[in-house]
Design a protein around this ligand. Structure first.
Ligand code: AMP
Length: 404
């Protein structure tokens, strides 16, 4: 059986999934796993298609000291114990820079180009590239594909792509890239199946997870996003503040004596719902809390989503549908309900019962704007891209040897 390995490598964990490919090119998820605690307390956990546990084992720190070692151990487990030998690997790579507007088959030239974008995403890009480089060195015959969080937003026009800064900074890459692109691409694709007439219109998608952003879609393409140069901008998130006056950063540096890395850690780890509530970054815990700061954090989250919806509606000159996705968007009827109230001026009226049962369509039949819940699947998107690049290169190039 042919399989595709999807890899999402972070600083201290590597998530992976295995998809089986059938004769018609259909993909079926078989395994979900992750190696956590890289360099501290490594632990491999994996489960099968129906959630049945397949592995839960700890490793000594010397065995899994870094991200490439984690992928090597997980790959060894797949190969030696499950007899799985993927025909290709699809990687989530956060930054495709200004150049990449679609996934790309990886070679040494591509890696060199992607290394230039490390400075644009220093917390993510090096970890995304590490296992790619190792596989390229050790398994040069194994096809690898890079899928970018930025690529889907490369359809933005100049007004959505610029900051009001001198042009030379834009030329060197200081642009409003936007992120969560694989999620938005999956949602846009799914909408074409579930509501084709709406998918061709003006849609706001709210990706509300531990990272959160919103995207304005016109005819299935991204025209604006709440995120910009980095994944810090826009909506408040689990631990990131979202939109913040740059003057606050200057204050932290000049009055609090914080260094660039202090500020970076602060903005990525200590702000957002966690910082504002002082309780948790997890929406479930905030919803369960009666702490006034937790209540304020939820109200702020909902308020900012309402404000940003207005901005994106202006970018689209009206909207035809609103979509919720990701951890909070898919699972919290309470947050969806509160956001629905904020959007009532746009003509949104949620159906409380349909919302409570997490139906796909959660607005009332007479709501001027239909509201959908579309569970996202970034890994499936990566597997689809990987397979399609593999098939295209097979069609256009010499016949590929099957990699064992
Ligand atoms: P994601 O990053 O998409 O995996 O989303 C993770 C976030 O979704 C978590 O931090 C939780 O805050 C949130 N979440 C997941 N399930 C629920 C739920 N049932 N109710 C509220 N929030 C949830």
């Amino acid at each position: 059986m042919d399989t595709i390995l999807v890899v999402n490598a972070g600083s201290s964990s590597v998530k992976f999934q295995i998809f089986a490919v059938d004769g018609d090119g259909r993909l079926t998820r078989q395994i979900k796993g992750q190696m956590d605690g890289i360099g501290s307390r490594p632990r491999l956990r994996a489960s099968g298609a129906d959630g049945e546990p397949l592995a839960d084992r700890a490793y000594p720190i010397e065995r899994v000291a870094d991200v490439p070692a984690a992928l090597e151990v997980a790959g060894g487990w797949l190969r030696d114990e499950l007899r799985i030998s993927p025909i290709a690997v699809g990687h989530r790579v956060v930054h495709g820079g200004p150049e990449y507007e679609r996934p790309v088959r990886i070679d040494h030239g591509v890696v060199a180009r992607l290394e230039k974008f490390v400075q644009l995403a220093p917390l993510h890009q090096p970890h995304n590239l590490a296992p790619i480089r190792t596989l390229l060195a050790n398994r040069p015959d194994l096809p690898q594909v890079a899928c970018f969080d930025t690529a889907f937003h490369r359809t933005h026009g100049a007004l959505a792509d610029h900051y009001a800064v001198p042009f030379h900074l834009y030329a060197e890459g200081v642009r409003r890239y936007g992120f969560h692109g694989l999620s938005y691409e999956y949602v846009a694709k799914t909408l074409r199946q579930v509501a084709p007439e709406i998918a061709e219109g003006r849609v706001i998608v709210a990706h509300l997870g531990s990272g959160a952003s919103m995207c304005a879609l016109k005819e299935g393409c991204s025209v604006e996003s709440t995120m910009g140069f980095t994944a810090l901008d826009g909506l408040p998130m689990g631990t990131r503040p979202g939109q913040i006056d740059p003057g606050v950063v200057l204050y932290l540096i000049s009055e609090k004596g914080m260094s660039a890395s202090d500020v970076q850690n602060f903005l990525y780890r200590d702000c957002g719902l966690k910082g504002l509530s002082g309780v948790s970054n997890d929406m479930r815990e905030l919803e369960a809390s009666d702490d006034p700061h937790a209540i304020l954090a939820i109200e702020y989250f909902v308020h900012r989503i309402g404000l940003n919806a207005g901005m994106l509606a202006a970018a689209l000159q009206g909207i035809d549908a609103f979509v919720f996705t990701a951890g909070i968007g898919e699972n919290s009827a309470n947050i969806r309900g509160r956001i629905g109230e904020k959007l009532s001026w746009l003509g949104v009226e949620l159906d409380a019962a349909e919302n409570a049962r997490h139906a796909r369509l959660i607005s009332r039949p007479d709501s001027r704007i239909p509201v959908y819940v579309v569970p996202t699947d970034e890994e499936l998107m990566i597997a689809q891209h990987t397979l399609s690049l593999l098939m295209n290169s097979e069609l256009s190039g010499p016949k590929r040897e099957r990699v064992s």
